[in-house]
Design a protein around this ligand. Structure first.
Ligand code: SAH
Ligand code: SF4
Length: 366
């Protein structure tokens, strides 16, 4: 090993923003063995220990190099809210902003719903995040940090009371993941890595409002995960009212890029998910279900109906449960596989679309 001096790299890099490929490059460049990357990842992601000093596999020199060239900064956890149904909301502070992460335990699994941006530029009319505005994309370290801290809390608490370990990750928190592709790409590489969080592609979901270029990019970068498309309407007229941003991309172009992704992906087992929010008197009528069944092919899509979750200041209402069931039945008769999303964490504003965080210094689309 030749180079061990301080500030070998121009600027310290945040370890949580680096995937294995990047770490290997760094170690090779200082004539260290590339497996140091795996060792370092195991220490931090498996043992959940940020203190490299304690790692006896690393020489003193190497520890000095790491100290001089890496930071291990994570978002600041400032608050926790617990729901009666065991859903937990964690609020993180990043600079003067706040983002939210949700832990949703079930009998045989636990899903962590993570944020990809501070706020969201898309501005869907039914979404509290969209109504908040946008400040900036989250760094990879800020995305990975949400998972790392959640895992650490679960590990520490499990000594006293069992908490289900995280089995699934969904990009369904604040923000539109496909508008932060470089950082979510790296985050997914760390989430999947067997020295990282070791979560399989079949347990990672990207939910997107539907950005054809972004879906194509995912495919071209060979990022194989479960893809869920927030369609929410059976025609352009309704879609452009509830998602004004959708005027940029037609339903037809979204479904075409989705089809290319479907063919490429192994994670999805050749069936993509369509998310459809059920808003009273807006998109929840029998004719909407029939129209939806005509624009989608039942062998290629399953449909997840999401009862609208109200939030402070929202001007829509949730469809009646009977309406949701009737809507589902119409689609089932047309051979679609349909699920109705359970409402979780509503008492702590942790349900889909209720995440507001705190967004200041907003940037607008125009
Ligand atoms: N930006 C991405 C992912 C975050 S939103 C997307 O739009 O898909 C995650 C899911 O919650 C999306 O399907 C979104 O449409 C839905 N959602 C947003 N606001 C909601 C609300 N008030 N009630 C129910 N679901 C909502
Ligand atoms: Fe953004 Fe998704 Fe909310 Fe729309 S639903 S505003 S895309 S986070």
């Amino acid at each position: 090993m030749i180079l061990m001096k301080s500030n070998f790299m121009n600027k310290k890099i945040n370890f949580f923003s680096a995937d294995k490929k990047q770490l290997k490059k760094i170690f090779i460049s200082i004539e260290e063995k590339s497996f140091r990357a795996e060792q370092m990842m195991q220490w931090i992601y498996k043992k959940l220990n940020k203190n490299i000093e304690k790692n006896s596999n690393f020489s003193k020199k190497l520890k000095i190099f790491i100290k001089d060239n890496f930071t291990f900064n994570l978002p600041d956890l400032i608050k926790e809210k617990n729901s009666f149904d065991k859903t937990i909301k964690w609020i993180f502070k990043i600079e003067k902003q706040k983002i939210e992460t949700i832990y949703i335990p079930e009998k045989n699994r636990a899903t962590l719903c993570i944020s990809s941006q501070i706020g969201c530029l898309v501005g869907c009319q039914f979404c509290a995040t969209g109504m908040q505005g946008f400040n900036r994309n989250l760094e990879t370290s800020e995305i990975i940090g949400q998972i790392w801290i959640a895992k650490k809390i679960i590990k520490n608490r499990s000594l006293k009371k069992k908490m289900h370990p995280i089995t699934n990750i969904v990009f369904m928190g604040m923000g539109e993941p496909l508008l932060n592709l470089p950082n979510i790409t790296k985050a997914i590489s760390i989430i999947k890595d067997k020295n990282g969080f070791s979560i399989s592609k079949r347990r990672i979901t990207i939910s997107t409002v539907g950005i054809p270029k972004g879906i194509d990019q995912l495919r071209l970068l060979k990022i194989d995960v479960i893809l869920a498309i927030s369609l929410h309407a059976p025609n352009e007229k309704i879609r452009s009212i509830i998602i004004p941003f959708s005027k940029k991309y037609s339903i037809h172009s979204i479904l075409k890029s989705a089809e290319r992704y479907r063919i490429f992906s192994k994670a999805n087992k050749k069936i993509l998910t369509i998310e459809y929010i059920m808003i009273k008197n807006i998109n929840d009528k029998k004719e909407h279900a029939l129209e939806l069944s005509k624009i989608l092919k039942s062998q290629f899509f399953k449909i997840n109906l999401i009862p609208f979750n109200p939030f402070f200041g929202s001007f829509y209402q949730r469809s009646d449960l009977n309406n949701v069931k009737n809507f589902a039945n119409i689609l089932k008769k047309k051979n679609f596989f349909v699920t109705i999303r359970k409402v979780r964490g509503e008492d702590i504003q942790a349900s889909c679309g209720q995440l507001v965080g705190k967004v200041i210094n907003k940037i607008s689309l125009k």
